[in-house]
Design a protein around this ligand. Sequence first.
Ligand SMILES: Cc1cc2nc3c(=O)[nH]c(=O)nc-3n(C[C@H](O)[C@H](O)[C@H](O)COP(=O)(O)OP(=O)(O)OC[C@H]3O[C@@H](n4cnc5c(N)ncnc54)[C@H](O)[C@@H]3O)c2cc1C
Length: 603
Amino acid sequence: MSGAPPAHADAATGAPDAESHAAHEPADAARHDVVIVGGGLAGLTLALQLKRRFADIDILVIERRAHPVPVAAHKVGESSVEIGAHYFAKVLGLEEHLKTAQLKKFGFRFFFSEGRRDIDQVTEIGASRYLAVPSYQIDRGIFENFLGAECARRGIRFVDGARVQTIDLAAGTSGEPHRTHYLRGGREHRVDSRWLVDAGGRAGLLKRKLGLAEANGHAAHAVWFRIQDRITLDDWVADPMWRASCEPPARWMSTNHLVGAGYWVWLIPLASGSHSVGIVADPALHPLESMDTFDKAMEWFRTYQPRLYDELDGKRDKLQDFAFFRRFSYGCKQVFSADRWALTGEAGLFLDPFYSPGSDFIAIGNTYITELIGRDRAGQHLGAHAQLYDQIYHSFYASTLALYEGQYPIFGDPGVLPVKVIWDYSYYWGVLSQLFFHGRLADLAALGALRGELMACQQLNVEMQRFLRAWSAVSDKRNPAVMLDQAALPWFRRLNASLNDELDDAQFRARIRASTALLRELAGEIVDRACGAHPGLDASALRRAIEAAAAGGPACSGFGDGPLLFEVPDAARNRSTARADSAAPDAAACASDADSLGTRLVA
Ligand SMILES: Cc1cc2nc3c(=O)[nH]c(=O)nc-3n(C[C@H](O)[C@H](O)[C@H](O)COP(=O)(O)OP(=O)(O)OC[C@H]3O[C@@H](n4cnc5c(N)ncnc54)[C@H](O)[C@@H]3O)c2cc1C
């Protein structure tokens, strides 16, 4: 096994109990406003969010592992996207740390490189420039050590090396505290709290206790490891023109996806100097047994991604860890309760890492929990809000799950996956990200006013995912040498930059209506393109969803004047860059989008 630590089925919970002692032991039966079980990403960020909002709140975070945790080979969840990055940087005020101690991510990038070594001769999707809204590659060890220290600095009690054993929930209306028992340094401790939040990850303490576990239909598995070196895939290509087609000429700073039918491989650079590598696959097409040790994974790379195999073969002695999850995706019946308990992060539900939504759902869940605790502190009733927030959170989960469930076969389709990526981003930036960035996530009045549009978008997405599946079943899967440059789509850049706008209530409603119109326009173009090439495709359900989304909305989105999709790449040409417009993007254009869009959209 090449000197790596042994594989285990649950990397997130497999650490031995630590025996270290914190300087400040909490007194037995101490009473806190909030006890958070688990000081990983979800628990520590929730503590910071609560403390930022309520300066006098008394929070105790109980974490099983001893700090500092190892850097690089700690946990997965290293690539952030816009919502998660915004949450860390702006909502929690951690921008300085992200900019100085983590890596700025050069967006997502996808290569249809199955069986190939010449990645400049295959279809690539990605941006040639940074877009306006930043995201980061997060070394989880560095981040969690920083978060733990930051909690202590901001007056949050954080005990590490402490294992929660049992939780006794108080009856809802009794006003009695919840009681948590934990073991630390061989001693038993007991703490009381008004709120109890389980952020203990896949251990799922509260979920098991309350019988909330719920399977979903998304069967996929993942294996991953860290290599103590950089994987600079720019060096895989000798052609200086290819390298220079990105600015900076550093594709390795992206979350790179090497894709094929039924799987994708991630390459994520970490600030510690290591590189994270993972394979995520549909077991029907690539069984876990074909990749569940480092040596098997290497053999798998030799067949499916040979250029990566070459790279890793020379770095076998730099392997830092290896782990896997057999089935990583699951639901949860309820995550927020008026009885003053909640689940956040993987203690609740988890979707799929393809678009890195893990940190997003932590951001969203923590924001709802903060709202509920705020209402409770203000003496307001929780019942209706807890129930509605739970429903809304689950509706985000359901619509995001639709992007992944049953969609893995499309990942090997160089014609359809790029269209799906553009659609999925438009849905994500146009709807969910707008709600989060513009602070309307918990605004029930705003959500109520936009209910029709939000449901229409959700329905459009469900029908679109079905349609993409059907299209991919008949598509020709040509793999021309082309870069599909997202930064060259002006409307796409503008949509991204629009997240930075300041919007009043009317402007926000206009924005969601514009997004609905954009999705409608995009869906229409996708139907035209797919049915133009395959007249036998049945687009009737999607067409009905497009019509329904048009009801009462603006005639056009205002995002773009010309076609929204990339032109169909010409397979006969040598390597080219496919664009919807003729002008190459420049950095100034990318930056100025941020200024121009607010007015265009709300006019
Ligand atoms: C294969 C894969 C790839 C992923 N990639 C990404 C990605 O690129 N980007 C992204 O945003 N997300 C990604 N995710 C999701 C991401 O990993 C999770 O969202 C995130 O790690 C969850 O954080 P958490 O705090 O809920 O859980 P954890 O980070 O697991 O934290 C839970 C904490 O609770 C502690 N604990 C457990 N039991 C107890 C106990 N009894 N007492 C005290 N403490 C306890 C643990 O020690 C741990 O520190 C990925 C997930 C998978 C499966």
